[in-house]
Design a protein around this ligand. Sequence first.
Ligand code: SF4
Ligand code: SF4
Length: 446
Amino acid sequence: MAAALNEFASRIRRAGVVGAGGAGFPSYVKASSKAGTVIVNGAECEPLLQKDQEILEHFTDEVLEGLRLLMRSTGASRGVLAVKEKHRKLIDKLEAAVKGEKALSVKRLGDYYPAGDEYCLVYEVTGKLIPPGGIPIQVGAVVNNVETLLNMARADKTPVTHTFLTVTGAVKKPCSLRLPLGTSMSEAVNLAGGATVKDPAAMDGGAMMGRVVTDFSQPLTKTSGGLIVLPRSHALVQRKGAGRPVDERIGKSACDQCTLCTELCPRYLLGYAIQPHKVMRGLLFSQPDRKTWSQWALLCCECQLCTLYSCPENLAPGKVCVSAKGDLAQQKVSWKTSSLNSGQAPKAHPVRPFRMTPVKRLMHRLGLDDYKADAPLRVEDYLPERVRIPLKQHVGVPARALVKAGQRVALGEILGDVPEDQLGVPVHASIVGTVTSVGDCVEITR
Ligand code: SF4
Ligand code: SF4
């Protein structure tokens, strides 16, 4: 695969650049495609997170350089920075920075959730709807997170050794930080002044799409974007932490088919064939009927709006959709093979502009109003005594370790790599030190 890469794509592959805002898709793949528009995803619609705004504010020139490099690599004639309108000062700064460059512009987004979903973002910026089950490049767009572009700009000098994240919620000093990969979550929380509650849990990645973490010894990775610390008894932690049997048992008996989960679903409002209330109805059936009803989940983006906001009964249609997608994948049912796939192009629902979910109301519904706080970037360098760097931090195959216990490593040295014909990127040392163990993670001690 890498043999056909252009010089820029090869460089960002060597530097280990992956999508910092999502599952960690290796960025060289996007950089090798041909596109008309590159979109900088600065929507940051997860409540309380702030690190993307901080990166845009502090490293404007480098993010713009990353954007230009990616435009050149993909042949794109248009570069758009998509940022929420509420960040007025930041927008002024960005507009001043791109002034005179006809190819670059700033798109002001409303303060809605999930403004950063690729399907929503591409529609807002280009007016085009991605084909059902497809990806942005099918309508000539490439979408990249702010931090990813910063890492692309730096790739000729330094590989990805650090990650940016916001640490907020029940902590003494909410802040955004830049930390070496493999630093523990507990150190990140301590740097934010420590938890203010006795029995904390955290949402790793955000209140909506993040996962619940109670083991704070886990390492930060290239895709870590935020830790929202909350008391373990907080309703959000409880609801997100409930398992599939609980969600399905309660959903089966309590769903009254009011359809609100569907009416407010961002993908449904864009005109896609997704109807979570029908997936909930399917819980009442056994196979193969359930399989048929579950297909209404295939185009779900897993934003969890229906679970954490729309459903008046506090049920979990979004989680049920995620499980249904997993089951269908095992049965080899995809959108391509789905009986719902009529081949028709989607058309945005005329009521969409009036049904988008304001983040302010979402925060209230999530019980996060008490945790609203500025989380500015603290630029000091933190050097942990020990890091544990996972060999798999990206979509694709895990990196294979190239170091052994007892070996000294330099900052940025390759710890593991992926064969060039397979999807993946190398991982690098984030501190200078001695390798103390090698397994799923490489542990380095100073
Ligand atoms: S909103 Fe809740 S109660 Fe209404 S159909 Fe959806 S899951 Fe059922
Ligand atoms: S999680 Fe719910 S609201 Fe979000 S896309 Fe899926 S079905 Fe729609």
